[in-house]
Design a protein around this ligand. Structure first.
Ligand code: NIG
Ligand code: FE
Length: 423
């Protein structure tokens, strides 16, 4: 039979099999479904067959072939937490932090997220698009084929809608698949200082309905076309405010996410689990009782090791406890201008191996199949199973053990997105 593309002779081909049609939970994380001398055939943008090269070659031929000899072949990375659309420059804050100022001190002085909000409000959609596209370009070059992107630097009805419009324009004009998330509750904007509940009223009564009514045709194919996220933390939104926002979003049928326990524990992870959120993200200072709850729910625990690293902190998510509890662990970059301008999932994996103390195999599954579940695409991407989107990486490493072990270079040699070679 004729395929559109055949990737063959991989030293190691990682299928990343779902477990019970779902993510790899708890200590079962890290099942690569390895095929030595493996091949994958793609037809109409989908995986048509996967197996040993000799068997695949017996049934398939293709006009375009990629020889993956000596390489690892795996699914494209799914990055389930980013703030990749922004304008402005915060390099000055990095210098301040190196000098000893904390992220929250800078935020309290009107810098931090609000600095990016001012620049993003001032930018036209064209300028925002031009600033964001090169970031996606570099993410793709590092092997990311699906990216969740949050709003949250507009914080007015019009500016949040502008950010969504830019995310939609990027979706239509760039090979990476995007998953949009509304993050109107990212910071209390300057004009509501002293009246945070007034801002929550605005989010609930005006922003959410306007966002929900907004034309989201580019995302109509997604099982969850729009998520709502809240930054539930010290200096941001309280547990009660977060609850109000997530409740309103759920009432509109949006998927839910939360930023929880990045700096302080307010109970955000338990709230996310209670409301059936798709994911709870950060989880740096989550207490053991809350970690335990990840074992009996489908809310994905998303760890963002580039964030503590970017901040120069030494405390990371308790990944071992999440796995011992039977939770679903995923990895994301958190790419943003404040805490972690990181566009590379291989670097996130390198950090995760060291500071989350997980193996390269576990990190790879956390950055593909499990992260796909964090954005509602657990049945569509993140695995090289037949029928899924043909998002395939050829990684110039002899075995998965080298992933994360080596860092500081770009191991990804070829990126196939929807059956097309894009890098
Ligand atoms: O995930 N914590 C909130 N949001 C980002 C930081 C955003 C920013 O500083 O611009 C984060 O770390
Ligand atoms: Fe974030």
């Amino acid at each position: 039979m004729k395929a559109d593309l055949l990737v063959h002779s991989a030293a190691q081909l990682c299928v990343i099999p779902p477990h019970d049609d779902g993510p790899q939970r708890g200590r079962s994380l890290g099942d690569l479904g390895l095929i030595e001398d493996g091949a994958v055939a793609c037809v109409d943008g989908r995986i048509a067959a996967v197996g040993p090269t000799a068997e695949i070659r017996a049934d398939w031929w293709a006009a375009v072939e990629i020889d993956a000899a000596g390489c690892v072949v795996c699914p494209g990375f799914v990055d389930p937490h980013t703030h990749v659309v922004w304008a402005g420059d915060r390099a000055d804050e990095f210098a301040l932090r190196i000098g000893g100022a904390t992220y929250q001190e800078i935020m309290a002085r009107g810098g931090g997220i609000m600095s990016t909000v001012r620049a993003t409000r001032a930018a036209s959609p064209t300028q925002l698009l031009a600033a964001s596209r090169p970031r996606l370009e570099r993410m793709l070059a590092h092997g990311t084929t699906t990216v969740e992107v949050k709003t949250g630097y507009g914080l007015t009805v019009a500016d949040e809608l502008k950010m969504l419009q830019v995310i939609a324009a990027l979706e239509m004009s760039h090979p990476i698949s995007l998953v949009p998330t509304f993050l109107g509750a990212h910071a209390i904007p300057a004009e509501y200082q002293g009246d945070p509940d007034g801002y929550v009223d605005l989010v609930v009564q005006e922003m959410l309905p306007a966002i929900d009514a907004h034309e989201m045709r580019p995302f109509a194919h997604l099982p969850t076309p729009l998520y709502c996220d809240v930054f539930c933390d010290q200096g941001a939104f309280t547990l009660e405010q977060s609850r109000r926002i997530l409740e309103a979003a759920r009432g509109l049928g949006l998927g839910l996410k939360i930023h929880a326990d990045e700096f302080a524990n307010l109970g955000g992870a338990a709230l996310a689990i209670e409301w059936g959120a798709a994911s709870a993200d950060h989880l740096v200072c989550t207490p053991a009782e809350e970690i335990q709850q990840f074992g009996s729910c489908d809310t994905v625990a998303v760890s963002l090791p580039a964030t503590p690293f970017g901040l120069g902190h030494c405390t990371y998510s308790p990944a071992g406890a999440i796995l011992d509890a039977g939770g679903i662990l995923a990895l994301a970059s958190d790419c943003n201008p404040g805490t972690a301008w990181c566009e590379s999932m291989p670097f996130v994996i390198a950090l995760a191996c060291r500071y989350l103390r997980i193996t390269p195999a576990q990190a790879l599954v956390a950055a593909t199949l499990n992260s796909a579940h964090a954005v509602g695409l657990g049945n569509e991407v993140g695995s090289l199973q037949e029928g899924r989107a043909a998002d395939v990486l050829v990684v110039d490493l002899p075995s998965v053990e080298h992933l994360g072990y080596r860092f500081g270079t770009r191991p990804v040699k070829r990126v196939v997105k929807g059956g097309r070679v894009v890098v």
